[in-house]
Every structure is written in structure tokens, then in C-alpha cells.
Design a protein around this ligand. Structure first.
Ligand code: SF4
Length: 214
């Protein structure tokens, strides 16, 4: 795909969705973004925000969460899926942040990935939303849409991240995840993408092919 076409895709998506994060948990402190992103795993956005708001209203810092009873954390976050496992992880993460990082949320991918339940995508979200650093979190949705559009041709989310770094213009790197997530929720859905309604259909490989077949 040419640079001009990539720029056009990103320009249209930015105009369509804006570039401010929609989710409450992605607009908080780095520690809260970290815990919110753990809560978001396999959980819908509105349920994640509900759990995060209930949790932080009672326990807002690593000190407070490290001392909190797991049962009480679980009760507060019960709107998130797998809340028992997540409650345990949240307490462990808080303890490790206190013991190994002096109470500060780590700001590197490797240190973040050393925390329980934190994979590459969660770590990248913390860098991006918590620390406002350039990062490209790629989950299955971002991977799917990037491939459909033709920005990359890859088999896994990890490969997509590597390839996206090569093609996404620098000024769009910090917005890319948000744009893809919004587009995936509204239009480019996993099973039936709504290509006829899509604002970038004329620049998307999948959309162009589909239009020719119709
Ligand atoms: S044209 Fe279809 S496949 Fe391409 S981005 Fe839009 S909805 Fe997704």
C-alpha cells in the first residue's frame, strides 16, 4: 500500500472517530491504566470501566491494593470477566510494584511484562495511555483490521506490530490503536464487516475486492 493511501486511511478515520480515548480507564494514572487494562482482558469496555470505577473509588493506589483483601477486590470488580483471577493478579501486581519498583509503575515493556497477567499488548497500552509514549498495542481486532485494509500482510498480532511500526506515519502512532479499536467496534466487525457503510472502503483492499464481487 502506498504512503499516500495509508495517510488517507488514517486521516479519514481520525476525522470520523476523533483521537481522544473513549474509555474511562485509559484516561487515568499509569497505575490505574495498568490495572484497568488487566480488567479489560476478555471484558467489554463498559464492564471494564464499571469495574475500574468501583475499584478505584475504594482503592486507588498500589499501597492500598497491596493491603486490600482479595475477596474485597473481587467483589468490587465483579462486573469484569474472570474477576476472581484478576483480583489475585491485581493484588500481586500492586505488591511487586511496591517491592521491586518503589511504588512507581514501570515504564518499559520488559519491566511491565514481568508483572503477572501482563502481556505485550497490556504493556503497550500502559506505555501509550498511561505514559503517553509511542507504542502500538495490537490485539486480535487491530491485527484483523490492519490486514483487511492491507496495511500489513501478517499471520499473528506480534508480526503485525512489527510491520505496523514500519508503515504507520509517526504522527499517527499514538492514535493508531484507538482508531482501529473504534473502527472495529462500529464498522469493521469481526464476522460481518459493514463495508458498504465504511468511510475508507475505497482505500481498503478487502472493501475494494468486495465491491467488485457485488
Ligand atoms: S471496507 Fe470493510 S473490511 Fe475494509 S475497513 Fe471498511 S469495514 Fe473493514
Amino acid at each position: 500500500m502506498t504512503d499516500k493511501r495509508i495517510e488517507k486511511v488514517l486521516e479519514i478515520l481520525t476525522r470520523t472517530y476523533g483521537n481522544n480515548p473513549w474509555n474511562w480507564h485509559t484516561r487515568q494514572t499509569p497505575f490505574q491504566v495498568l490495572i484497568g487494562t488487566v480488567l479489560s482482558q476478555r471484558t467489554r469496555d463498559e464492564k471494564t470501566d464499571e469495574a475500574a470505577k468501583a475499584l478505584f473509588a475504594r482503592y486507588s493506589s498500589p499501597e492500598m491494593l497491596a493491603a486490600a483483601p482479595v475477596k474485597e477486590i473481587a467483589r468490587l470488580i465483579r462486573s469484569a470477566n474472570y474477576y476472581n483471577t484478576k483480583a489475585q493478579r491485581i493484588k500481586e501486581i500492586s505488591k511487586i510494584i511496591l517491592e521491586r519498583h518503589g511504588g512507581d509503575t514501570p515504564d518499559t515493556i520488559s519491566d511491565l511484562m514481568g508483572l503477572p497477567g501482563v502481556g505485550r499488548k497490556t504493556a503497550s497500552c500502559v506505555l501509550l495511555y498511561g505514559f503517553k509514549k509511542k507504542a502500538l498495542p495490537v490485539d486480535t481486532h487491530v491485527h484483523r483490521i490492519s490486514n483487511r485494509i492491507g496495511l500489513v500482510t501478517t499471520q499473528t498480532a506480534e508480526q503485525s506490530e512489527g510491520e505496523l511500526w514500519k508503515v504507520i506515519p509517526e504522527k499517527y502512532v499514538i492514535f493508531y490503536n484507538e482508531l482501529m479499536v473504534k473502527h472495529g467496534q462500529r464498522v469493521c466487525k469481526p464476522i460481518s464487516p459493514q463495508c458498504p457503510k465504511c468511510p475508507i472502503v475505497q482505500y481498503c483492499n478487502y472493501g475494494i475486492k468486495r465491491e467488485k464481487l457485488d
